[in-house]
Design a protein around this ligand. Sequence first.
Ligand code: GLA
Length: 497
Amino acid sequence: MKRIVLFCSLAAAAWSADLTGNWLSAAPSPNNDGTIRRTYFHLKQEGGKITGTIRAAQFFYAVMESTGGPDGFKLTVGMQDGPTERRAIYEGRLVGDELHVAQRRGETLLPEMTAHRVREGEGAKPARLPLPALHKVRDNGLARTPPMGWNSWNKFAGRVNDEVVRGVADAMARNGMKEAGYTYINIDDTWEGERDAQGNIQTNKKFPDMKALADYVHGKGLKLGIYSSPGPNTCAGYEGTYGHEEQDARTWAAWGIDYLKYDWCGARNIYSDAEMQAVYQKMGDALLATGRPIVFSLCQYGRADVWKWGPDVGGNLWRTTYDIRDNWESMAQIGFQQSELAQWAKPGHWNDPDMLEIGNGGMSETEYRTHMTLWSMLAAPLMAGNDVRDVPSSILEILTNREVIAINQDKAGKQGRRLAKSGDQEIWVRDLEGGDRAVALFNRGAAAAPATIDWTALGIKKAPAVVRDLWEHRDERFTSSVSVPGHGVVLLRLRAE
Ligand code: GLA
């Protein structure tokens, strides 16, 4: 007997000095919402070599290179994400029966995590689900003009909560935005809690009662949107919809949700880009099956030529780019590269160059007017991304310029395109219902510069006597040349001849 006990404790001692095992770091989410942030380290140590996988937020990495051992190790991990490879570095050591480990970002080591041994298989990548054969999802009849509203991500990210959303609804119902057409109040990532025993998705502490919140927003004459991912986790690492597609769609419908943004994110670990269409189709079908009108917003960053199949999966809009940032370079780089996609936009189905940054402080008002103009010329969804509860009147004027919104919401639903480019000067044109045309004279340079309209390029024999300036709100006699401020725009409406 004695001998057996001694043998066991020796074995345990040898085992615990080894990194081999499945380790879990479980810490409260920094968003203070009652959820737990889990990171799994599934490691195998063989002599001087460590192999295995790391699951962190939305990512499932494989260990590609290792140095060191229990007293101090460094792991370079990676994963294939469509055409690109993502890499990360983790450094750590064994302290007693705990794994102390931190991620390295350049020169900085992120806060250290403490991981404990858990059973084999916990946190493993879920089995791949079979995908449906492709078919055309019936058009839901929504979003005949580009959706307008507000989304929490650009300003609030993980800080969005019930109180913010109610405040935003109050403000939008009061400050003229609702009357101007802004309808959807969309909660982005970080509302999610865990699933209950039946697999029903729950909200986290920041959203005590989603149904009550939807009722509140509806009571203001507005609509409520939500966010999820087809993967096991969302971009911010919260619970995704993977394996619960129909169930989640039913839950959202029962809550009174009117809009879903469905973000690829964690799905990148499971499916290839070629499988995106089937994955999104599954949710398109699930939303239709609820019987509730729910706008379907595809967010997969414009991969796999989504504009070609977005309508077939029931998509009302699809992101065409990676995330926008609140600066001129990001906005201009995204906005001005959309011209070639014009042919794919039509009523019910829109290109989405991402949400607005207007009012978030990183650009001048001239630049924000360019942002609003460009998104209107592009027939892009207009999702305000600022704190509309506290917005200067000059910013509100940009967001609620009715004449510019009329271009965005034009019923013909034809996206504008670049007509001419000369250095930093670009002329864009958008054909409107009834033969009117919107013409935007953009100056991408930092200094004011003249723009000259070539009327023949517009197919107009003679310059019109009067044009409407949509930022100045006046009809003007127009010669062919006008001065455009640096990073600015002159937006004109030409009446049908
Ligand atoms: C991605 C999306 C963003 C936002 C975040 C949330 O980055 O592109 O728009 O939804 O995820 O985590």
